[in-house]
Write a protein that binds this ligand. Structure first.
Ligand code: AMP
Ligand code: ZN
Length: 431
C-alpha cells in the first residue's frame, strides 16, 4: 500500500514523463486495434510517432457517448473477447445502456485506484466498510467492494435499499465507513434520527459520496447529522467507474488519479483547452485501460481544475465540485439553471428538507419552474399560513440564486420519492 501513496506524491514532471510514455502506447494500440479510432486518427492526420509532448493531446480527436451507442455493445473493445473478464453498464435513462468491459489487468487497475480512493479517508485493516452503492451492472457497488478488499478492510456488501436492514447493519456490525450516493446518505441520516439514534451511537467516521451532483451545504448537513467526514468522489463508467478522483481530508477539490486518467478541461462550445481555474467540460484519456481505452472522452460534466500543490502532499491535479452537466443544464425562460443551484438555495432556508423535485412545464410558450420541496417535520404541523410564509422564503432564496421566480410547492415530509441510488430530481415536461 505504501507504494500507492508514493505514486500520488511524485513531482509532476516525473509523472508527466510517464503519462507521455503511456499516451504514445495508447495511440499505437488504438490505431492498430479499434476501427473507430483508426479512422479518426487517420482523418486527423495523426500518426503514433507524432505524439511528442502532452500538449499534442489537443490535436487528437474526441470521443462522445454516442460513439458507444453507435458501436454497441462491443465495437470499441481493444482486446479480443477472450481477454474480457467483466462487463458493466451505465445507467442510461433512454435507449440502450453504455456497455463497458474490463480485462483482468483493468479490474486490477480499478482495485488500485479504488484502494487509493479509500486510503484518502485513511481506510484500512480494522475498518468496516458499509457499501450501500448498488451491486450489479452499475459500477459503484463492485468498484468500492474491490477497493475495500484491496486496502484490507472488512466489506459489508449491503447494496442499496431496505433501509431498516441498513440501519441494523450500521449499528450491529460497527461500520466505520459509509459508501453511497449523497441523497441516500441523507435518507439514512433521517432514518437514523427517526430510530432515536445519535451519531455517537454509531462508529461511522468517514463517508465517500458521489455518483450524482451535490453541494457544500449538503456536505455540511451530512457531516453534522452523521458525525463523519464527508468526502466527494467522482467517476464514470466510460472511464472506469468510481476511482477516477476523490477528495483528501482537506476537502478542497478531488485529486484525479492522473497516472491512469489524463484530465483536460475544454470550452464545451469551441472544444479548446481553457486556462487553469476556468470552468469547462471535463475530458478524460485513459492511459492504462486495456479492454476499453478512451481517447479524450467528453464527460459533459462541468468543473474547473488546478495543479496547485495540495496541503496533503499529493501532487495530483484537483478538480472542483461538478457544477452540472452541459446536457443536464435546464434552460428556463432563457436562463441557464443547474439543479445544484436550487439545492444550494434550498439548503439555506431553515425548515425545509433538501428533498426536492424540479418540474419544468411549458404553458402557452412560457416556461415555468415548479420546485417541490419537503417541509421539516417540526414545522409540518403548523398549518397553511406557516406553509405560505415558508414558500415565500424559498421563492425569494431561489430568485436571489438563479434570478427566476419559481412556483414553490411545500409538500409534507416523506412525499418526495427517495432513491437508493442516483436521485432523479428533474421532471422536464416540455419535451
Ligand atoms: P455512471 O457512468 O452511470 O456512473 O455516471 C457517471 C456520471 O455521474 C458522471 O458523468 C457525472 O455526471 C455523475 N457523477 C459521478 N460522480 C459525481 C459527483 N461526485 N458529483 C457530481 N456528479 C457525479
Ligand atoms: Zn489533497
Amino acid at each position: 500500500m505504501k507504494e500507492l501513496a508514493v505514486i500520488e506524491r511524485i513531482p509532476r514532471a516525473e509523472r508527466a514523463a510517464r503519462q507521455l510514455h503511456r499516451l504514445k502506447g495508447l495511440i499505437t494500440r488504438l490505431s492498430e486495434r479499434v476501427p473507430l479510432y483508426r479512422d479518426r486518427l487517420r482523418d486527423a492526420g495523426v500518426q503514433p510517432g507524432d505524439i511528442r509532448s502532452l500538449a499534442d493531446l489537443a490535436r487528437l480527436p474526441f470521443t462522445v457517448k454516442d460513439d458507444f451507442r453507435q458501436t454497441y455493445p462491443y465495437g470499441l473493445l481493444a482486446v479480443p473477447m477472450e481477454e474480457v473478464i467483466r462487463v458493466h453498464a451505465s445507467s442510461g435513462t433512454t435507449g440502450k445502456p453504455t456497455v463497458v468491459a474490463y480485462t483482468r489487468q483493468d479490474v486490477d487497475t480499478w482495485s488500485e485506484v479504488m484502494a487509493r480512493t479509500l486510503m484518502a479517508g485513511d481506510v484500512g485493516p480494522g475498518d468496516v466498510v458499509h457499501n450501500a452503492y448498488g451491486y450489479g451492472l452499475f459500477t459503484g457497488g463492485l468498484g468500492f467492494h474491490y477497493g475495500a478488499e484491496r486496502v484490507g478492510a472488512a466489506v459489508v456488501p449491503i447494496s442499496g435499499g431496505f433501509t431498516d436492514r441498513q440501519l441494523m447493519a450500521l449499528r450491529d456490525l460497527g461500520s466505520t465507513v459509509l459508501c453511497c450516493t449523497p441523497s441516500y446518505a441523507l435518507h439514512l441520516a433521517e432514518a437514523i434520527e427517526e430510530a432515536g439514534l445519535k451519531p455517537k451511537d454509531l462508529k461511522l467516521r468517514v463517508g465517500f459520496f458521489g455518483a450524482e451532483p451535490w453541494t457544500e451545504a449538503m456536505r455540511d448537513a451530512l457531516q453534522t447529522r452523521l458525525g463523519i467526514m464527508a468526502l466527494n468522489i467522482y467517476g464514470l463508467s466510460e472511464v472506469i467507474g468510481p476511482g477516477v478522483s476523490v477528495e483528501c481530508p482537506e476537502r478542497d477539490g478531488m485529486h484525479v488519479a492522473e497516472d491512469h486518467f489524463l484530465p483536460e478541461i475544454v470550452d464545451p462550445a469551441t472544444l479548446t483547452p481553457v486556462p487553469e481555474g476556468t470552468v469547462g467540460e471535463l475530458v478524460f484519456t485513459t492511459l492504462t485501460k486495456e479492454a476499453l481505452p478512451v481517447l479524450r472522452y467528453r464527460t459533459r460534466d462541468l468543473t474547473s481544475m488546478t495543479t496547485e500543490p495540495c496541503r496533503c502532499g499529493r501532487t495530483l491535479a484537483r478538480i472542483g465540485r461538478i457544477m452540472g452537466r452541459s446536457d443536464d443544464m435546464l434552460i428556463i425562460r432563457g436562463v441557464n439553471v443547474y439543479p445544484s443551484q436550487i439545492e444550494h438555495a434550498l439548503l439555506q432556508v431553515a425548515d425545509v428538507e433538501p428533498h426536492y423535485l424540479l418540474v419544468v412545464r411549458r404553458d402557452n410558450a412560457l416556461d415555468t419552474l415548479e420546485v417541490r420541496v419537503e417541509v421539516g417535520t417540526a414545522v409540518a404541523a403548523a398549518g397553511t399560513a406557516a406553509m405560505e410564509v415558508l414558500a415565500a422564503r424559498v421563492r425569494r432564496k431561489i430568485f436571489e440564486t438563479i434570478g427566476l421566480t419559481a412556483d414553490v410547492s411545500i409538500v409534507p415530509p416523506k412525499t418526495v420519492e427517495r432513491s437508493t441510488g442516483k436521485a432523479q430530481r428533474v421532471l422536464d415536461l416540455r419535451k
